[in-house]
Design a protein around this ligand. Structure first.
Ligand SMILES: CC(C)(COP(=O)(O)OP(=O)(O)OC[C@H]1O[C@@H](n2cnc3c(N)ncnc32)[C@H](O)[C@@H]1OP(=O)(O)O)[C@@H](O)C(=O)NCCC(=O)NCCS
Length: 265
């Protein structure tokens, strides 16, 4: 095994730390700022998740604060997840530069929700289909006072653009560190460059506003009937970046870019 003489770490260790840090960076736009979910976001997030309506809409169980901190660490480090906190944008972004954020940028009063990507390998109900990578999205704008103000759509489009533009790094990290099944990894690599089959979302059949949001952005229902859990699965297979750029324009979301954040956990 090749180890660095000074640190005793395998090069893959440093590569995984590099991708972990380089993929989890703040994203800017004129409407929302997305920041990697960090420890200082947990108290506000925990407060949101006490709301029964939110628990129902997001199919979540209430957690203790300690469990929430443990969850934050797992979401931050696992190779099969990307989790961002959505904040309202408080200053106009300058696309030409990478602005440096302040602690106010994602302070509790500017946090409005969260958006997550969970990666999984789908090889059919019987496990005998060629493996495909599905990116499942979850989205929440927590407080009623912040809903219907365009934050959800803006966050979804900014997030999709980022994931599509960084598809190869996101999937390389997932396949190298997040998939245990060696045979699936072999088949995925043999099939060519790693790529998403689709983005997917699962939405309760009565959550009409969320269904309207995803329907309106090219997510199609897999089946006309909800599943056993009363949810529809919707999928978007058109993952060209130009289409998302066009949708950002139609939604009036400008100034997409990356930001620099010096605060560390
Ligand atoms: C569903 C949710 C994500 C929408 O985000 P939002 O910021 O409130 O929505 P936006 O203002 O960005 O609206 C985007 C689209 O959603 C749909 N929508 C949002 N609120 C709606 C409402 N009250 N009635 C009907 N459609 C609605 C519309 O299609 C809208 O597009 P339009 O403005 O062009 O008509 C948000 O309300 C939420 O998180 N609710 C609670 C948790 C939840 O349901 N999460 C989704 C689980 S998958």
């Amino acid at each position: 095994m090749l180890l660095n003489a000074e640190t005793g770490k395998h090069p893959a260790f440093w590569w995984s730390i590099y991708t972990l840090l380089s993929l989890r960076i703040p994203l800017l736009s004129s409407k929302v700022l997305l920041v990697p979910y960090s420890t200082w976001h947990v108290p506000r997030y925990h407060e949101w998740m006490q709301d029964e309506e939110i628990q129902q809409a997001t199919a979540s169980e209430p957690l203790s604060v300690d469990e929430e901190y443990a969850m934050q660490q797992s979401w931050r480090q696992d190779a099969d997840k990307l989790t961002f906190i959505i904040c309202q944008q408080i200053s106009s972004p300058e696309p030409a530069s990478a602005p440096v954020l302040t602690t106010e940028s994602d302070s509790p009063q500017n946090m409005v929700g969260d958006i997550n990507l969970f990666l999984r390998v789908d090889d059919g109900d019987e496990g005998d289909s060629p493996p495909q990578i599905v990116g499942e999205i979850e989205l929440m704008i927590a407080e009623k006072s912040n809903q219907r103000r365009g934050f959800g759509k803006a966050a979804l489009l900014v997030f999709m653009r980022y994931i599509i533009e960084h598809q190869s790094e996101v999937l390389e990290e997932f396949v190298s560190r997040g998939v245990d099944d060696v045979e699936s990894v072999r088949k995925l690599r043999e099939a060519g460059p790693l790529a998403f089959e689709c983005f997917s979302v699962k939405i309760g059949q009565n959550n009409l506003r969320s269904l309207a949001l995803f329907d309106g952005l090219g997510f199609d229902r897999l089946s006309p009937e909800p599943n056993f859990f009363g949810e529809f699965e919707l999928r978007r297979t058109e993952l060209g970046v130009q289409r998302v750029v066009g949708e950002l324009g139609v939604a009036g979301v400008e100034g997409y870019g990356k930001a620099v954040y010096t605060r560390r956990e």
